[in-house]
Every structure is written in structure tokens, then in C-alpha cells.
Design a protein around this ligand. Structure first.
Ligand code: COA
Length: 343
């Protein structure tokens, strides 16, 4: 059977460190409020001035992942780029990254699943690989949030949460009957909650010109969030999702999972989740304290860190899961392994 294995990972965050105290100089907020409500201590944002898009951060992360996989860009036969903050409205950041990697015809697919972008991306890559459509896939999650945030008191509930960053994984087809690689994926969406977390303009549905001066004045080009609803959805659905995907993967106990990487939207969400399922300390990895919420980059960024720290070894089983705008939610179970490529 064809299975999907991770061959290399890489992460990249821009150098500009923004602390909670830095934000409190721009809006009415405080280090204490941000830490207590979200767990976030700092985040990294792209430099002011210049042009750094999601594909630029993605490029840096991709170079590291490719090097660790021992691959050249030419070895790729598919690119999947997950972002809610594309460099430009169109074409997709995957096409921009493909060119920056020096490639000329490798297909590139953008996906727009926000905080579940990596999870949808891994499920998509796995489906392409298992169907024989691709053998070597580069999956990138990358976000430049900072240029789209309302960094004033009006936008403080959202602005303090998000950080910029990117991470990439190299995925390869292997032929094996061992239970390794992506063991299961489960994806969901509920569009009725779309307005609970959205960036409404500029948009094609707004006539005559996608955005008006009034909308700009009202700040409708910034993301708006019903934080309480998203919080509630996350703390109820993530535990349910865990049991659902374990069943799909044929796992009967949480003891069979060595590592859980939940999306990093709010440390309190992850603490509720941990308490609900009585997950032992040390099994869940959180790094929101350092990066804030980096949306599609979050899970691969954490994955790259745990591999680097030796906390996710060959033979270990990991659960990736998250919920975000859409709303979308989903999970993957992945067993790390060393299996030789089948070509
Ligand atoms: N600094 C200081 N005060 C702030 C603030 C900030 N950055 N943001 C909001 N406040 C204020 C509010 O104005 C409100 O003031 P009021 O009581 O005078 O009206 C008060 O703090 C409480 O706001 P509230 O929105 O009720 O706080 P909360 O406990 O729900 O926390 C979030 C807000 C955003 C941290 C929380 O709702 C959350 O994390 N939600 C989920 C986010 C998420 O998962 N998103 C999906 C992925 S992107």
C-alpha cells in the first residue's frame, strides 16, 4: 500500500520581535491581559516597509525542509500552499513560491482553510499521494497577518493574537504494509459560522469596486471575530474530534498517542481540551507563548520544533488538530517512521 511519510520539516519566522508591552504602546491593552486571556507573551512580525509576503516566509521554511529531506526543488511534483494571508488577491502564493524555488511547471495548489489549513493540506497531500497523482509533495503553511491587523484599541481583541511565520514539510510516497505515515484524516466545515471570524473586504461581492471609502473608515478591511463563540466551538468540538479520529485510525486509547499538537489559538482553549480528555502533562505541545497564532503555519511550526527537540521520534504517533475560521475543523493522525522510498 502507498503511505505518506514526512521526510523533512523547516520553519521560519521574521526577525521583528513584538512583545505585549510593544502592543500596549499602540493600543489600550496590557501584558497581563494578553497573557491571562491567551497565554501569548510575544510574536514575530515582518519588517515595516519593504515587501515580505507569505510566499517569502514560505520560501525560507521550504529551503530548510528540502535540505533536511535531501531533495532539490526539481524533485517535487506538487506544491500545496495553505494561507489566509496570500501575498496578493490572485494568483495564489503557491505559484509565487514555485517561481521563487526556481521551478517552471510544477503544479501549485493554494488552500484557504485558515487555522485548519495544514490539516486540510496534509489530508489533501495524502490523498494525492495515495492515488498516485503525486510522489513528492511540498506542503507549506505561511501567514503574514501583521500587515492586515487593526493595531489600535478598536482592533485589540484580534490584533494581539496573531503572529507571522511559516513552516513546510516534505511528504513522500512509500510502499509498505506497515501502519506508518498518515494513518487517518478527518475534515469538517460549517459555513453558517463564516461571519464569526472573517475579513469581509475587499471582496468581489461589493459593488462597484470591492471596497468603499466608508468601509475603510469603519475598518471593515480588518478581520472581525466573535471570540467567545469560536472559543466555545473549539472547547466542545476538539475533544469530540479526538475521539472520532482515534476511532477512524483504529486507536482505542490516548495511550497510543505519544504527542498531541493542537492548533495554537489560545492557550486556555488547549488547557480546557487537555482537562476534558485528562491528557497527561507533556503529551501536548504548546508554543503560542512565543509565536501567537500563526494560523496555517502553526502546526507544522510546532512539529518542526518537536522533531528538533527530539520529542517526536521514529515510531511515535502524533495527533494534529484544530478549529478556525469557516468554521473549519479537522485532525490527522501521523506515525513517524523510517521507510525507504519506493522509487
Ligand atoms: N486588551 C485589553 N482588553 C481587551 C482586549 C485586549 N487586547 N481585547 C478585548 N478586551 C476587552 C474587551 O473589550 C472586553 O471589555 P469589556 O468587558 O469592557 O467589554 C473585555 O476585554 C473582555 O473581552 P472578551 O472578548 O469577553 O474576552 P475573552 O475572554 O472572550 O477573550 C479572546 C477574548 C479573543 C482572547 C478569546 O475570546 C479567544 O481567544 N477566542 C477564540 C479565538 C480563536 O480561537 N480564534 C480562532 C482561531 S483564529
Amino acid at each position: 500500500m502507498i503511505k505518506t511519510l514526512i521526510r523533512g520539516t523547516g520553519r521560519y519566522v521574521p526577525e521583528r520581535l513584538v512583545t505585549n508591552d510593544d502592543l500596549s504602546k499602540k493600543m489600550e491593552t496590557s501584558d497581563e491581559w494578553i497573557r491571562q486571556r491567551t497565554g501569548i507573551e510575544q510574536r514575530y512580525w515582518v519588517p515595516e516597509g519593504g515587501e515580505t509576503g507569505a510566499s517569502d516566509l514560505g520560501l525560507e521554511a521550504s529551503k530548510i525542509a528540502l535540505e533536511r529531506a535531501g531533495w532539490k526543488p526539481e524533485d517535487l511534483d506538487f506544491i500545496i500552499f495553505a494561507t489566509l494571508s496570500p501575498d496578493i488577491f490572485f494568483p495564489g502564493s503557491g505559484c509565487l513560491l514555485q517561481h521563487k524555488l526556481g521551478l517552471s511547471s510544477t503544479p501549485a495548489l493554494d488552500i484557504r482553510q485558515q487555522c485548519t489549513g495544514f490539516i486540510y493540506g496534509l489530508a489533501t497531500a495524502d490523498a494525492y499521494i495515495r492515488s498516485g497523482m503525486a510522489r513528492r509533495v511540498l506542503l507549506v503553511g505561511s501567514e503574514v497577518h501583521s500587515t492586515g491587523l487593526d493595531v489600535t484599541t478598536r482592533g485589540r481583541d484580534v490584533a494581539v493574537i496573531f503572529g507571522d511565520g511559516a513552516a513546510a514539510v516534505c511528504l513522500e510516497a512509500v510502499e509498505t504494509d506497515e501502519p506508518v505515515g498518515v494513518l487517518a484524516s478527518l475534515l469538517f466545515a460549517e459555513g453558517k459560522h463564516a461571519a464569526s471570524l472573517m475579513l469581509e473586504a475587499p471582496a468581489s461581492r461589493i459593488t462597484p469596486e470591492r471596497i468603499t471609502h466608508e468601509m475603510l473608515d469603519e475598518g471593515r478591511h480588518y478581520p472581525k471575530m466573535n471570540g467567545k463563540l469560536i472559543f466555545k466551538l473549539a472547547v466542545t468540538r476538539l475533544p469530540e474530534l479526538t475521539l472520532q479520529i482515534m476511532e477512524k485510525a483504529g486507536l482505542t486509547s490516548l495511550d497510543e498517542i505519544d504527542l498531541i499538537i493542537p492548533h495554537q489559538a489560545n492557550l486556555r482553549i488547549n488547557q480546557f481540551y487537555q482537562e476534558t480528555l485528562k491528557i497527561p502533562e507533556g503529551k501536548i505541545y504548546n508554543n503560542i507563548q512565543k509565536y501567537g497564532n500563526t494560523t496555517a503555519a502553526t502546526i507544522p511550526l510546532a512539529l518542526d520544533e518537536v522533531i528538533e527537540q527530539g520529542r517526536f521520534k521514529k515510531g511515535d504517533t502524533a495527533l494534529f488538530l484544530g478549529l478556525g475560521a469557516g468554521v473549519t475543523w479537522g485532525a490527522n493522525i501521523y506515525r513517524h517512521a523510517e521507510v525507504l522510498p519506493s522509487r
